[in-house]
Write a protein that binds this ligand. Sequence first.
Ligand code: OGA
Ligand code: MN
Length: 292
Amino acid sequence: MSELWIQPTGATLAADIHGVDLSSAMNDTTFGRIAEAWAQHLVLRFSGQKIDDRILMAFSARFGELDRVPIAAASLDRADSDVVADARDWVAVISSVKKDGKAVGSLGSYELVWHTDMSYNPLPPRASLLYALEVPPGGGNTGFLNMYAAYETLPDDLKRAIDGKTCIHDSSRNSAGELRRGFQRTLDVRQTPGAVHPLVRLHPVTKRKALFLGRRPGAYIHGLPVEESEALLDAVWAHATQERFAWYQKWRAGDLVLWDNRCVMHRRDAFDESLRRLMHRTQIVGEAVLAG
Ligand code: OGA
Ligand code: MN
C-alpha cells in the first residue's frame, strides 16, 4: 500500500493527494490529514480513481451532510441521466452528452463564468466534489481562484468600500447564464431574486477572511444606487479574477476534485460540443455566511 502524500501545485491554491484509493475504506487519521490539507490548499485533486455514485456520496458525506442538486435548467430531463434513481437528488450530472437529442446533464459544453456554487441559497454549499468519468482530449479546463488571497491583496479603498456591505446572489440563472426552471428574467438588479450575503466572509474553520462574490450577473450591493453598485462590483471583480490568484485543472478521467466553496470561485473553459464530457458532482450543506 502506498503512503498518503500531499503535493501542492505551486499556485496560490490546490494540491494533489497521492496514495489514496477512494474505493477502499479510509480511516479517520487519513481523513484528518485530507481535511487539514483541504483547509490549507482549498482545492484537492485525487487522480486515477475508479468510483461509483455510492462511493462518491459516501466519501462526500465525510465532509458534511449531502446537499440536494441545484434546480436544473428548464431544458433538462434528469430521468435520462445515468445516475441511479435513488441518488438523483444528491448527484448532479454535469455533461455535454446527449441522448436522443436531449441533454443527460447540466451545463453543456459552453464557458462557465467565475462563480460560487449555489451561493444564491441562504446556506450555500460548503464544498463541491466533481468526478470526471469521461473527458474530451482538450478544452473544458476548470479554473479556481483563491478568494482569501483576493481579499488580502485588495487595495485599501476597495476594502473600505465593501466593509460591512452585503450583496444579492442571483438565483434565476445557472453558471452558464441559463434561466432555471420556474424563474423569469429580471432586468433591474435591485429586483434580482436570491440570497443576500456579506461581501467579506469569515471562514468558519480557518477564521480567515475571504471575498464572497458568488457571480457577477445579477449581483447588486444592497442599499447602493445601481450605478455605484455596478462600479464597485466591477472594480472588486477585476481585482479578484486576476490570473495570479488562479489555478487550472486539466481533467483526466478518474480525477476527483474537491473545492472549498466558501473561499474559492471557479469557472470552466468552453469545449467542442461534439465531444463527450461526463462528470458527477456532489455538494455538501454549508453554514450561514458569517460576515468577516
Ligand atoms: C460545477 C461546475 C465546472 C466544470 O459543476 O459546479 O462549475 O468543469 N463545473 O464542469
Ligand atoms: Mn460550479
